[in-house]
Design a protein around this ligand. Structure first.
Ligand SMILES: [Zn+2]
Length: 242
């Protein structure tokens, strides 16, 4: 189903992290922004990514995050945290699910994939497990592409991580994609290039490119990312491809 008009979509400036020396992007940029988004849907606001959490000593030491509280970021765009009707994490790395716990113990559903949960459980360095995994009653395990509200569909876009997902918001007058970390920066999206540093492992390079192409095939007029402020309109995409 398609909404008559696009809901308001707001970017949440949730954190700035310092990239450690060994981070592949550290030579290009010393810090990186961490963006979440909120879709102010007629049924209630839906949050996409919750930024970095609080109190993990290892992450604090390595990434020196400057965090904004999720409820304050939401309030800044006129959204009351108690009105949230759903949370989607693009994936479960620490900088995308960190403030999930703000909504743990409520009845807000979290949409996630078993492949991503498996990674959290398999590798204790994958993320902060206490941030990443919602209480059982709030987990909504999904597979493939799933419409969770009118005009709001979660897409499977693996590559950066095994269970990475994006969201397409469709209306009769336009289409927007929240692409999370499907790419690190816009250039990769435009050029359909998966960089080794942004991809889970070498075996995921082709998968990551497929995900970029899937998103582009939807011909969204705007695509928003997790670590890059630039986004695209149809015009910009055409210009880049010429
Ligand atoms: Zn990540």
């Amino acid at each position: 189903m398609v909404l008559k008009s696009l809901p308001r979509i707001e970017r949440l400036d949730l954190a700035v992290i310092t990239l450690p020396d060994w981070h592949p992007e550290a030579t290009n940029q010393p810090t990186a922004p961490v963006y979440g988004y909120v879709i102010v849907h007629p049924d209630g606001p839906i949050v996409f990514d919750t930024g970095v959490g609080f109190g993990n000593e290892f992450i604090d030491e390595v990434y020196e995050p400057e965090c904004v509280r999720l409820d304050e970021a939401l309030a800044a765009v006129g959204v009351d945290t108690s009105s949230i009707v759903g949370v989607i994490n693009s994936h479960l790395h620490f900088d995308h699910c960190g403030q999930n716990p703000l909504l743990y113990g409520t009845d807000v559903p979290f949409f996630l994939r078993q492949t991503e949960v498996d990674e959290v459980e398999r590798d204790r360095f994958y993320t902060d497990q206490a941030w990443a995994i919602p209480p059982l009653a709030q987990r909504r395990l999904i597979d493939g592409d799933v419409e969770i509200a009118e005009g709001v569909t979660i897409l499977s876009t693996p590559g950066h991580s095994p269970g990475h997902q994006s969201v397409v918001i469709e209306s009769a007058v336009g289409r927007v994609v929240l692409a999370g970390q499907a790419v690190w920066e816009l250039r990769e999206f435009v050029e359909e290039e998966a960089t080794v540093s942004n991809v889970f492992s070498d075996e995921y390079l082709d998968v990551a490119i497929d995900s970029i192409r899937r998103i582009k095939a939807l011909e969204p007029e705007t695509v928003y990312f997790a670590h890059c402020a630039a986004h695209r309109t149809d015009d910009a995409l055409r210009t880049a491809e010429e």
